[in-house]
Design a protein around this ligand. Structure first.
Ligand code: SF4
Length: 377
């Protein structure tokens, strides 16, 4: 397939594999542990497992799977909020399919739908707006989640609703931002990551500059990269080369998509509709300052948080789950006692098992750490 096959070419992959092994060995000299690279984004985690990239890497290089999957970091309290909204007779609650399966403290949106709540899956916020037009007697709420990648579409939908004077459409906004999350990982005293792969689709929207602080303030190399196997292998080579040379630069491997200054139309729409939220709750990471957005007061008539009452509960994950430790790269999915037993993609106990971009789901689907091998102790 034109423009895809060339990014999956096995010969080039093998060449990159040899180069990575060679450079990583030199970069690792004098160290007791392998180099640790975090792929921040769940999309990268998925590619890594789907194409067996982890098995191609030398034992001097280890990948750590980061928290960049919006479904995985959705706190149970926000799922509970959605279920409470969906139980209101006048409400049609809409969201993406993955979000419907995330467990809250009293089940998922899918279970709430089975119990009679009006919960509907949509493919885009514009679908939700269309639903509002065809059901003027109901309030259609779009549960908006995702990093900067999905934010422009949500913002443009709100602007469209405002232009058309739609009054029965609102957002329950759970959009989150990448840079503060990276900062939280870097500020963790147990942080042991040597370099980062940053998500190319986020870079496509926000550009390169918001990632600057990783190299400037924390002296860690970061490479913005795409989602094909050769993208990731090339970015890994760029990272290990930097580590071997002792440098810590921001590099852009995904120049065919990521403009240094981002997407000006998307950024303008986001800026018109959203402002930083002072504190945002993350599953497994707790409360992070300015790590998400809320709607500007000019759009409060589209803001479900202004139209409805919320409990603001922050029910913690069950004690025997390790989602937070996996999200921060401190544990591997198969080190969670529930992995493959009471937590599977069909019946997820934790959010990382819901989306195909979740580290636990990716391990479960593609890796050799199958349930039978998990928890050998
Ligand atoms: S196996 Fe399930 S409960 Fe354990 S860390 Fe993964 S998602 Fe969380």
């Amino acid at each position: 397939m034109k423009y895809v096959d060339e990014f999956r070419d096995p010969k080039t992959a093998k060449k990159l594999q040899r180069q990575i092994a060679h450079v990583a060995m030199r970069a690792c000299e004098g160290r007791e542990k392998p180099l640790q690279i975090m792929e921040f984004c769940g999309g990268h985690t998925h590619t890594i497992f789907k194409y067996g990239l982890e098995q191609m890497l030398p034992n001097t290089l280890e990948l750590v799977h980061g928290p960049g999957c919006p479904v995985c970091v959705l706190p149970r309290g926000r799922v509970d909020d959605c279920i409470n909204l969906a139980k209101c007779d006048e409400v049609i609650l809409t969201t993406f399919g993955d979000a419907m399966r995330v467990p809250g403290s009293q089940g998922s949106l899918l279970q709430a739908r089975a119990d009679g709540a009006d919960v509907r899956m949509v493919y885009s916020p514009m679908d939700a707006l269309q639903l509002a037009k065809t059901h003027p007697e109901r309030e259609v709420i779009f549960f908006a989640l995702g990093f900067e990648t999905t934010m422009p579409a949500t913002a443009l939908t709100v602007l469209q609703a405002a232009r058309e004077g739609i009054r029965n459409f609102s957002l329950f906004c759970q959009h989150i931002t990448t840079a503060p999350t990276l900062r939280a990982i870097l500020d963790d005293p147990d942080m042991h990551i040597d370099g980062f792969l940053a998500p190319g689709h986020v870079g496509m929207v926000i550009g390169e500059h918001p990632f600057d602080f990783v190299s400037k303030n924390y002296k860690k190399p970061l490479v913005i990269t795409g989602f094909e196997p050769l993208d990731i292998l090339q970015a890994l080579l760029m990272l290990v080369t930097q580590l071997e040379q002792g440098s810590s630069l921001l590099q852009n491997q995904y120049k065919r998509i990521v403009n240094p200054t981002g997407n000006s139309s998307g950024l303008a729409a986001m800026d018109a509709v959203f402002e930083p939220r002072p504190e945002n709750q993350w599953r497994g990471l707790g409360s992070l300052a300015q790590s998400g957005v809320q709607m500007r007061s000019a759009f409060s008539h589209f803001d479900a948080e202004k139209k409805f009452t919320f409990s603001q509960n922050n029910s913690p994950d069950p004690a025997n789950t390790h989602c937070g430790a996996v999200l921060k790269g401190h544990k591997r999915p198969w080190q969670c006692e529930l992995y493959g037993k009471s937590c599977t993609p069909e019946n997820p106990a934790g959010a990382l098992m819901v989306s195909s971009e979740g580290a636990c789901a990716a391990y479960y689907q593609y890796s050799d750490k199958r349930p039978a091998m998990a928890n050998p102790a």
